[in-house]
Every structure is written in C-alpha cells, then in structure tokens.
Ligand binder design. Sequence first.
Ligand SMILES: [Zn+2]
Length: 118
Amino acid sequence: MRYLKYIQKDSVDIKRKQMEENNLTPFADAPDTAVITCCHVTDDRAPILYVSHDEDDGMWQFLCGGEHSDDDAKIVSLRYIYELDHSIGQLKDMRCGCYAERESPAGEWTVTDSEQNI
Ligand SMILES: [Zn+2]
C-alpha cells in the first residue's frame, strides 16, 4: 500500500514538471520547438523586429528585420527566443500564414495576413 502511494506521488510530480515545462513560454508550441532566427539576433543581440509563422510548415521565424542570406539563419528553440525577448509572447496566437513587424523593440506589433495580399 505504501509502495503504491509512492508511485502515485511520483507520477503527480512528473505531471507537474511537464506542466511547468509547458509554461516556459506562452506559445501552444512546445518550448523546445525549433524556430528560425538570424545571427544578428543571436550574436549581435539585435532586436527582433520581424516574426513570421509560415503557412506551409508552421515554422516560426524571429528575425531582426534586416536583409538576410541563408548563411545568417540560425536554428534555436522557441524557449531560447522567448527568454531573449518576452515581448514576442504577444504573438503566441498569430496564425500560420501571418507575419508581424514593429519599428522598435518598444513598438507595437503590426500583424499582416499574407494571404490577403495575394
Ligand atoms: Zn538579422
């Protein structure tokens, strides 16, 4: 009986731990979801000024808003990006096929549905 109690307690702890991990970011995606950013954000600490949620594969991109070549792309976790800049949490509900831009880190995000531009 006591043994059973221990097992139940452990599974509750595991469940709680999983919930805490899910709360590391406000996004529905798991904290360890791979996202694309650029070397300017990771290496130069440039502010994130452009975010897109790709239509075809649901991939998030968090970029500095400048010009990019393929060499500038970096793969990091969603949690890493969120910890760099909590204000991206405002975009957690942005649908696939949309992108958001802002003028400065303190500015408001402007979300655009890319389908409407076609
Ligand atoms: Zn960049």
